[in-house]
Ligand binder design. Structure first.
Ligand code: GAP
Length: 474
């Protein structure tokens, strides 16, 4: 923590609670070792900035997406879902401004020909967007290649959209883009959704799906990838109410991370400077998280005004206005957008949940994930795997549980090690069957966080676990 930091004011830019883990490597190695996240195409040497989710990672990410859907669609009367295509009419991206403006400043080393994002070079991190567009900036600041100290080129804008061809002919007429955001799929479906769902303003459309960006400098594990998933919601409002909804949504979105256990002090807001705003935004605030590599964007909340619907209406000649039957008014709705990364959210939950504790002279690694996010809810473990009656009872209990939740059986180590393993992947409950269980028809249920053990009748295990999980519903 810096000297001027005020721990009671986490919005103070000087406040630094420190990261949940000192080194990112701790999370990278846990992810690989336990099957959360693997490098893509690893046996071919990998492909930069694409990551694959293993058996535990896919459960965690699915749970994150489910928790988001629950908060953004299921629990709300005013928001409906959508699943639009990744490929869209290419004109969409011209209209949206992405073809012209969705770019980052790139510089190239004249000797080694490596390319860098200008704003990430040492000495250029704090530059404004205006300075980043200045052709003399590299010269003025004396910036050099961080690898071989070679001379760097003037900055040029590099468009981040991936291109491909649709159909059997690879020419300009067949060019299509892999969507760089899911939002446009919502805007082009605005009328379809409004008419079929009969929603009245204010209302929202939510979508989860893949997005692709040819990032110049991806990195920090799954923080910045070239293929990732977004969880976006577009809230359509009257122009005069957009500012108020913007405030409401930024609070609500920050609260969502806290609701699922992220340490409040490691979350803060950062408002975009006027020259930093994306081409579509009137106002933007990032929810930032204190990652091991600094405060970084976790989610963006944007007041997009009538930019999107207005532009699509103009380009297509289709009427995208909203007609208010009560007042007789017609207008193009303004949009308040909440835009989160599913991977970045899962990554944040993973980092923030990590802790190491001393237990009887040994280090215990625990992923204190919210039970709703934990990959497995229960592990069923035999105290003696050589006793068929114990193993059989374990399987019976597991089979009974797995209809409702992710339950696993493991007998590949001693009970102490099995507990540690489940702690390390965040399993909230372990059920242990021992010799006595065969006599008294009861088992031990162990709580991940308190390590408290209670004896529960076999017939009551399912109800006990379901009740315990229900009690943690945020
Ligand atoms: N529709 C608005 C939009 O896309 P953004 O700030 O560019 O806004 C929103 O992206 C969120 O998507 C980010 O806050 C981040 O969580 C996620 N995201 C963006 N680029 C990403 C990348 N290269 N890798 C992983 N997640 C990314």
């Amino acid at each position: 923590m810096t000297e001027t930091a005020d721990p009671n004011r986490p919005t103070d830019p000087a406040f630094d609670p420190g990261p949940a883990v000192a080194s990112l490597e701790t999370i990278v190695s846990l992810s690989k070792r336990r099957g959360f996240i693997f490098p893509s195409s690893e046996i071919y040497g990998g492909i930069n900035a694409v990551w694959d989710y293993g058996p535990l990672g896919v459960e965690l990410k699915n749970n994150v997406k489910r928790a988001w859907w629950r908060a953004m669609v299921q629990e709300r009367d005013d928001i409906v879902g959508l699943d639009a295509g990744i490929l869209m009419a290419p004109q969409v991206w011209v209209t949206s401004g992405h073809v012209a403006s969705f770019s980052d400043p790139l510089v190239e080393c004249e000797s080694c020909h490596r390319r860098f994002r200008l704003d990430e070079l040492p000495g250029a991190e704090g530059l404004s967007q205006t300075e980043l567009r200045d052709p003399t900036i590299v010269e003025r600041l004396g910036l050099r290649c961080p690898v071989d100290q070679g001379r760097l080129s003037e900055p040029r804008r590099f468009n981040l959209m991936f291109k491909t061809y649709m159909g059997p002919v690879e020419d300009d007429a067949a060019l299509v883009y892999l969507r760089p955001e899911t939002a446009q799929g919502i805007y082009v479906n605005f009328r379809n959704v409004r008419e079929t769902s009969r929603k009245k303003i204010p209302f929202g459309i939510a979508q989860i799906g893949k997005a692709f960006r040819n990032e110049i400098s991806p990195g920090n594990f799954v923080f910045r990838m070239r293929e990732f998933e977004q969880m976006e919601m577009q809230y359509f409002v009257r122009p005069a109410t957009a500012a108020a909804y913007f405030e409401e949504w930024r609070e609500r979105r920050k609260a969502w991370y806290e609701r699922y256990g992220v340490t409040p002090a490691r979350l803060r807001f950062r408002e975009h400077a006027p020259d930093e705003l994306a081409h579509y935004a009137k106002k933007a605030v990032d929810v930032e998280y204190r990652f091991p590599f600094g405060w970084k964007e976790l989610e963006g909340i944007h007041n997009r005004g009538d930019w999107d619907l207005g532009r699509h209406q103009e380009a297509t000649g289709e009427n995208l206005e909203y007609f208010d039957q009560a007042t007789g008014e017609r207008f193009v709705p303004w949009i308040v957008e909440t835009s989160a990364g599913a991977d970045r959210a899962a990554f944040t939950f993973l980092i923030d949940a990590y802790r190491e504790e001393e237990v009887r002279g040994e280090t215990r690694v625990v992923l204190g994930l919210h039970p709703e996010l934990a990959p497995y809810k229960v592990a069923v473990l035999p105290l003696l795997k050589r006793q068929p009656a114990i193993v059989e009872l374990c399987h019976r209990i597991r089979d009974d549980l797995k209809r409702d939740l992710m339950a696993v059986y493991d007998d590949t180590a001693s009970i102490g090690r099995l507990y540690r393993r489940q702690d390390e992947i965040g399993t909230p409950y372990c059920v242990t069957v021992d010799v006595e269980s065969l006599e008294d028809r009861a088992v031990t249920v162990r709580d991940r966080d308190t390590m408290r053990q209670v004896r529960v009748p076999v017939e009551g295990v399912r109800a006990y676990i379901l009740d315990a999980l229900a009690a943690t519903h945020p």
